[in-house]
Unconditional design. Structure first.
Length: 152
């Protein structure tokens, strides 16, 4: 299936919120305030992958952080509609994010993913991310996160 990318617009918010709720378990999925926070956080950027009919297949939000004076690209989330997975939308979003990270001079990309989320771990591993750490209780104070990174 052919997807195209576009920036997130203000009126996409209800659909992105519903999509995030469909992607993650209650408590892990973002509240509206959290989604707004990540969309509006200075320096963050987001994009949507849509199909030929203009249906939103997925979205991604990313930003940057500094680690000991080095710029890192921070992947905050990629959410693909459960009915539209394994068709390349996630791949397209990640490729675009990595391109933007390189454009802002990031040495590496970094993300956190739940230890339970083997699908996303496989997706990121397929794209060259390797596990570099583990954060105890990152989700809800009881589920650990794996830190995954990729040199750019
Ligand atoms: C992870 C996610 C974004 C992948 O999106 P997607 O559009 O289905 O991914 P793609 O179709 O681009 O997959 C690219 C490759 O990743 C790997 N991959 C994707 N899903 C996989 C799965 N369920 N099992 C194993 N490998 C998988 C495969 O190598 C795949 O290539 P292939 O289909 O040719 O074998 C999607 O499953 C998702 O939204 N999950 C819920 C939200 C989430 O956990 N996001 C990550 C937060 S950190």
């Amino acid at each position: 299936m052919a997807f195209s990318l576009r920036p997130i617009a203000e009126d996409d918010f209800p659909k992105l919120y519903a999509l995030d709720q469909a992607c993650f378990a209650p408590g892990i999925a973002w509240s509206k305030a959290e989604l707004r926070y990540f969309l509006r956080y200075p320096g963050n950027f987001g994009m949507i992958a849509e199909d030929e009919a203009g249906q939103i297949a997925g979205f991604a939000i990313a930003g940057k952080q500094l680690r000991r004076g080095t710029v890192l690209g921070r992947l905050i989330t990629i959410d693909v509609d459960p009915g539209m997975r394994r068709r390349g939308a996630g791949h397209m979003l990640l490729e675009e994010i990595e391109m933007r990270f390189r454009g802002m001079g990031a040495a590496a990309a970094r993300l956190e993913v739940s230890v339970d989320n083997t699908t996303a771990q496989a997706f990121y591993a397929r794209h060259g991310f390797v596990r570099t750490g583990r954060i105890p209780g990152y989700y809800l104070g009881r589920v650990d996160a794996l830190v995954m990174e990729k040199q750019l």
